[in-house]
Ligand binder design. Structure first.
Ligand SMILES: [Cu+2]
Length: 644
């Protein structure tokens, strides 16, 4: 008995000694770090985002791979319930990943992407658009339901074959309904060893930063609210901002109807090694939010704008509209041990603030060295979690800028210079506007001129252009604009026919009190003039402005933000045959009709590119008919009056 007591005593003494050693060790490791960072318990720590950090080795392997590699990619589209920011909700994901898989390939490679639609609802067809790729000669791969294809019906599949003829930062997303904001998007990075800025020489490593607003309700639920009287025509405002699919919610500040997990990790942290240069590829995949991005104590050297390489342009912050991308080179030369990366949603783009709303988000970039990560300080970090705070403060000129505008176009100069933009063969003027009508219970609809786009069922315009189907053979649907079909196109289609090779000038007068980021498919465009908001003025385009166009090497990109009540002028050479969408990239405006199309060189489109399988998908769509449509507010009145 006494022996056992003595044994226990020795054991307790041993435990106590071990405990003291541990406490001393912990104090020692912590003391070294106390002036630098604060630690929090593991349950609230934010994970280092290794997933989006492409190592030099990965990129080198892509550079060195043989030419014309074929990437066989299998994607399953499914409904999944996840909690990216702690709040459980159903989403629409590719292969269960959020954001979806990032594709990394080389110019000249071929992507063969097999998409299987496993969405539960029979009305949920799907599609994939590869944002920024011109799809030259392959219009049928552009992935826009009602324009270049029919949706891939639930239970069916389709293969996208993509010839990578460009390089830069792109992304892919569903172009069906509101699936993009329900999570169906991801990055697409195409490397070219002949790019102006290359790994190894110009930067040491690259980090993909996907910024995106996030809603706790589904896209469909938000749309139902947007079209109802309750919204007063105001677009749904996001509940959160996520980076690379991660975020944090204060469960005490959200409504009780949501299931909120307190143990979720927050925004991802990133790591810099002192003295290195990093390329950050930044994408705004938002439904609605324009995002102001900056890093404390670090200059952003912009080198890429929507896949156009530009002369280095130094700035403290960039504003990124939905759909846009920037690459910046950042030199890790700070004296801080950790600094804040800041992403602020531009409040003035929103017309109200929901409960629990906040606009300012910060995450930490931590300076490490290989020695430190391997040594005791690294061990302490692993034991006690990652730092969530830094001592840096924002650049004084970054906050509180709130305009919904792009980086000044005059500052950005493409590396491949075009000294004289060609004169236009045709000049068009369009006016995007959100309108509300009494007979539609004042529900908001997006218009361009007098047309609010609605995809024709089972009859995409590419098929109409190729005489595979006539507009008169399609399923009649209730429309918002109520316009009659023309000889070729349906009443809900604003289609402008362009001769192949023409230079098109497009004047966009924004009649709305909110900004619209417009995206052109199949081409990029020169931006000759943007007017509004920062010019302390508003106003429509006037002919005398022609003399003030930027014609000497203007920026080329694929999304331009038209300031509220202002205007922009763009020009492009329509050298790619096909039906190309031009639309606002704000999900709410696009889904309610703010879209038009350019029919470029229709006679030159190859009819044989439309597969039997796609024609079968269209037949399925026509069979489902109006079951595919969300009922338009106001149609129930007409139905009632007919039956009365
Ligand atoms: Cu818009």
């Amino acid at each position: 008995m006494s022996f056992r007591l003595a044994g226990n005593g020795r054991f307790v003494l041993l435990l106590f000694s071990l405990h003291c050693v541990t406490v001393l060790f912990v104090l020692w490791t912590l003391i070294g770090d106390i002036p630098i960072v604060h630690y929090v318990s593991r349950t609230r720590h934010s994970a280092t985002d290794r997933r989006m950090q492409a190592t030099a080795k990965t990129i080198q392997e892509i550079y060195e791979a043989g030419s014309r590699k074929i990437h066989h990619i299998n994607w399953h589209v499914r409904n999944e319930t996840i909690a990216p920011d702690g709040v459980m909700r159903e989403m629409i994901l590719v292969n269960g990943e959020f954001p979806g898989p990032t594709i990394r390939a080389k110019k000249g490679d071929v992507l063969q992407i097999h998409v299987q639609n496993d969405l539960a609802a029979f009305t949920q067809s799907t599609s994939i658009h590869f944002h920024g790729l011109f799809q030259r000669g392959m219009n049928e791969m552009d992935g826009v339901p009602g324009v270049t294809q029919c949706g891939i019906p639930s239970g069916q599949d389709f293969s996208y074959v993509i010839d990578l003829k460009q390089s830069g930062t792109f992304w892919w997303h569903s172009h069906s309904r509101l699936q993009r904001i329900d999570g169906m998007f991801g990055g697409l990075i195409v490397y070219d060893p002949e790019e102006a800025y290359v790994l190894g020489r110009d930067y040491y490593e690259e980090i993909f930063v996907v910024l995106h607003d996030h809603y706790h309700n589904s896209g469909d639920a938000n749309m139902e609210w947007y079209l109802s009287k309750e919204s007063s025509g105001f677009e749904p405002v996001p509940n959160n901002l996520l980076i690379n699919g991660q975020g944090f919610t204060d469960c005490d500040r959200i409504l009780s109807r949501y299931s909120c997990k307190r143990s979720v990790s927050g925004l991802p942290t990133f790591q810099f090694e002192h003295g290195r240069k990093y390329r950050l590829r930044i994408l705004n995949a938002s439904a609605f939010a324009e995002i102001n991005f900056s890093i404390d104590d670090h200059i952003l050297n912009v080198i890429e704008v929507d896949s156009t390489e530009v002369e280095e342009f130094s700035t403290h912050s960039i504003v990124i509209s939905p759909g846009q991308r920037y690459s910046v080179i950042v030199e890790a030369d700070s004296n801080f041990q950790s600094v804040y990366m800041r992403a602020n949603m531009q409040n003035s783009c929103f017309r109200y603030r929901p409960y629990g709303y906040r606009s300012n988000y910060t995450t930490v970039i931590e300076y490490t060295s290989p020695l430190e990560t391997a040594g005791v300080t690294g061990l302490a970090r692993r034991l006690f979690g990652q730092p969530i705070s830094a001592q840096s403060s924002p650049w004084s000129d970054v906050l509180p800028k709130e305009e919904c505008v792009d980086l000044d176009v005059v500052s950005l100069k493409p590396k491949t210079a075009v000294p004289n933009v060609p004169e236009p063969d045709v000049r068009y003027s369009i006016s995007p506007k959100t309108m509300q009508f009494d007979k539609r219970h004042l529900a908001p609809f997006g218009f361009i001129n007098r047309t609010s786009f609605l995809p024709a069922i089972g009859a995409p315009n590419l098929h109409v252009a190729l005489n595979l189907i006539n507009t008169s053979d399609t399923v009649p649907v209730p429309t918002v604009s109520g316009r009659q079909n023309t000889a070729i196109w349906g009443g809900d289609q604003l289609v402008t026919q362009i001769h192949l090779g023409s230079v098109v000038e497009l004047i966009i007068n924004n009649d709305d009190d909110s900004a619209h980021p417009f995206h052109l498919h199949g081409h990029d465009f020169w931006i000759l003039r943007v007017y509004g908001e920062t010019n302390a003025g508003i106003g429509k385009w006037r002919p005398e402005y022609i003399s003030s166009y930027v014609l000497d090497n203007p920026i080329r990109r694929d999304v331009v933000t038209i300031p509220r009540l202002g205007h922009a002028v763009i020009r492009f050479r329509a050298d790619n045959p096909g039906m190309w969408a031009f639309h606002c990239h704000i999900a709410w405006h696009l889904a309610t009709g703010m879209m038009m199309q350019f029919a470029v060189g229709v006679d030159s489109i190859d009819q044989n590119t439309i597969t039997e399988q796609m024609l079968e998908h269209c037949a399925i769509e026509r069979g489902l008919g109006t079951k595919l449509l969300r009922p338009l507010p106001g149609d129930e009145i007409r139905k009632d009056s007919r039956t009365a």
